[in-house]
Design a protein around this ligand. Structure first.
Ligand SMILES: CC(C)(COP(=O)(O)OP(=O)(O)OC[C@H]1O[C@@H](n2cnc3c(N)ncnc32)[C@H](O)[C@@H]1OP(=O)(O)O)[C@@H](O)C(=O)NCCC(=O)NCCS
Length: 179
């Protein structure tokens, strides 16, 4: 993961900071955002604090994790996007010890190409700077917006699997790209 923020045409990607707690709470307490994420929006700021702590732990231990996406012109916190290193306990589709792309934006920033712009920056970073050979992603089958973003930045659907976590069960696509 880079030490410095990444700039794209309209966005700044940087590590999630403790001071992002209001933005993270607004994002993750929104039921619309969680429609394809198990329908369990958070209800307490403390949960957003814990989420940020987990990300910061991943920066240290895995060298990579989701980053905040900030609007370059307005400096607004828009959501997050980034590369997660998937450990054995977090495996999806039976796959682990791999890099996975994920993102989550507030609805006011949907439909403007921001998710695609950030995802493209991470695909470029993964293959050109981290020099990984394989990059993976997963999305709920009905989450057309997300599948669309992944396909636009080069991922191909290679399978389907049932994602199971606590009482959540969701049919997902598995996507990958290789260099
Ligand atoms: C998934 C998610 C990020 C998709 O966001 P999105 O708004 O559909 O994605 P984008 O804005 O990048 O692109 C979608 C559309 O924006 C429009 N768009 C693209 N570039 C644009 C630009 N430069 N200017 C204006 N509009 C643009 C297009 O209509 C594009 O769709 P198309 O390529 O089919 O025409 C968003 O729905 C989200 O955060 N959901 C909640 C969390 C979630 O589900 N995360 C994924 C879990 S797998």
């Amino acid at each position: 993961m880079p030490n410095q923020p990444i700039e794209t045409e309209r966005l700044i990607l940087r590590e999630v900071l403790t001071t992002d707690v209001e933005g993270m709470f607004e994002l993750d307490s929104n039921p619309e955002v969680h429609k394809y994420l198990g329908n369990k929006p958070i209800t307490k700021k403390e949960q957003a604090v814990k989420g940020i702590e987990f990300l910061q732990q991943q920066y240290k231990e895995r060298g990579t994790a989701r980053w905040a996406v900030v609007h370059k012109e307005t400096n607004e916190f828009m959501g997050w996007s980034g590369i997660k290193y998937i450990t054995e306990g977090e495996q999806m589709n039976g796959v682990y010890n791999v890099y996975e792309l994920g993102y989550r934006f507030m609805p006011k920033f949907w439909g403007k190409g921001y998710a695609t712009e950030a995802a493209q920056a991470w695909v470029d970073y993964a293959f050109n700077e981290m020099k990984i050979k394989s990059f993976y992603a997963a999305a709920d089958v009905p989450n057309k917006g997300s599948v669309n973003v992944l396909q636009k930045v080069g991922f191909k659907i290679t399978g389907e699997f049932l994602f199971e976590f606590e009482d959540i069960k969701e049919q997902c696509y598995w996507l990958e790209q290789h260099r």
